[in-house]
Design a protein around this ligand. Structure first.
Ligand code: RIB
Length: 286
C-alpha cells in the first residue's frame, strides 16, 4: 500500500519543566531533547511503522538538523527521493512540556519552500499513491494546488487542517477526508460542529482528543471512543491518528474500523515523550 505524505519536516527542541514559565521569567527545566518532528515527517514515519510504503515530499535545509531528520527517515524506511535540500534552514519546533500539556513555537524555515514546483516534480509518486496525506505547516498555495491535483485525478487525500489554514471552504471540501479537531473545525467553518459534520457526511472526521472521534454517517452522528491510557506527552498523537487512519482506510477497512485503529495507534503515542519515540509498529496493534 503506497502512501505519499506532503508536508513539514522539523527538528523538535523539546524541554520539560514542572510548569510553564511566566512572561519574562527565567526558570529551570528538568530535561531537554532534540527529536525529529514536523507534522508531515511524523505522519510519514507513523505510516511506515504501520507497514505502508511511504514517500515523503518536503524540504530540509543544507544543515546539521537536515542531516538528522534525513537519517531518521532512512532508519524508518521512508523514501526521501522527493525531499529537497534548500538554502533555508531546516524547520525547528520549540516545544515546552509542562502541566500535562505542551506549547509549540514553530519556525517554518525550509518548509516554506514546499511549493508547486516540488508537487510537479513529485507528480508521478502522488498519482501512483493509494492515499496522500497533507497538513498545514507548508504554504497554503501548495496545499490548494495539491488538493486540486488529487481531486482532478481521483486520488484519495486526507487533509489534516492543522494548524487551521485560511483556506476558502469550497477548496477545502474537495479533499476526500478532513480531520480537524474541535478548535480547527470552528475556525474553518464558523458553525456548530454537529451541523458541519452533518453537512459533510463520511468526509469530516472530527477528533476530540481523549473524548474520541465523531463523524456523520449520512443518518446520524457516530462516536468512536478513545482508548483511555496514562498520558506522558500528547505531541504527535494527532499525526499518528492521521497516518493510521490513512493506512487502515487505504487497506479497505470501513470508516468506523479505520478510526478505531487510528485511536488505538494514537493511544500508544501519548504514552511516551516526543512525537515519534512512542509511535507504534504494526506488530503492537494486531
Ligand atoms: O504534531 C506535532 C508536531 O507539530 C511536532 O513534531 C512539531 O514539529 C510541530 O510541527
Amino acid at each position: 500500500m503506497k502512501v505519499v505524505v506532503v508536508g513539514s519536516i522539523n527538528l523538535d527542541l523539546v524541554v520539560q519543566a514542572d510548569r510553564f514559565p511566566k512572561v519574562g521569567e527565567t526558570m529551570f527545566g528538568t530535561d531537554s531533547k532534540m527529536l525529529p518532528g514536523g507534522k508531515g515527517a511524523n505522519q510519514a514515519v507513523a505510516a511506515a511503522r504501520l507497514g505502508a510504503e511511504v514517500t515523503m515530499v518536503g524540504c530540509v535545509g543544507n544543515d546539521a538538523y537536515g542531516e538528522i531528520v534525513l537519517k531518521n527517515f532512512q532508519e524508518n524506511q521512508v523514501d526521501v527521493s522527493c525531499v529537497k535540500k534548500v538554502a533555508e534552514p531546516t524547520g525547528v519546533a520549540y516545544i515546552t512540556i509542562a502541566e500535562n500539556d505542551n506549547s509549540i513555537i514553530l519556525v517554518q524555515g525550509a518548509n516554506a519552500c514546499v511549493d508547486r514546483s516540488l508537487i510537479d516534480d513529485s507528480k508521478a509518486q502522488i498519482l501512483a499513491a493509494d492515499i496522500v496525506i497533507t497538513q498545514c505547516e507548508i504554504p497554503l498555495d501548495t496545499i490548494e494546488y495539491l488538493i486540486d491535483l488529487c481531486a482532478e485525478n481521483d486520488v484519495c487525500l486526507v487533509l489534516n487542517p492543522a494548524p487551521a489554514p485560511e483556506i476558502d471552504r469550497a477548496h477545502l471540501v474537495k479533499a476526500t477526508f478532513l480531520t480537524p479537531n474541535e478548535i480547527e473545525i470552528n475556525q474553518l467553518f464558523e458553525q456548530e460542529a454537529e451541523l458541519v459534520l452533518q453537512k459533510y457526511p463520511n468526509q469530516i472526521i472530527m477528533t476530540y482528543g481523549a473524548n474520541g472521534v465523531r463523524y456523520h454517517d449520512g443518518e446520524k452522528i457516530v462516536e468512536i471512543s478513545s482508548y483511555q491510557v496514562p498520558v506522558v506527552d500528547t505531541t504527535g498523537a494527532g499525526d499518528t491518528f492521521n497516518a493510521a487512519f490513512a493506512v487502515a482506510f487505504g487497506q479497505k477497512q470501513d470508516l468506523a474500523a479505520a478510526i478505531d485503529f487510528a485511536n488505538l495507534a494514537a493511544s500508544k503515542t501519548v504514552q511516551g515523550l516526543g512525537a515519534q519515540s512512542a509511535m507504534p509498529r504494526i506488530e503492537e496493534l494486531v
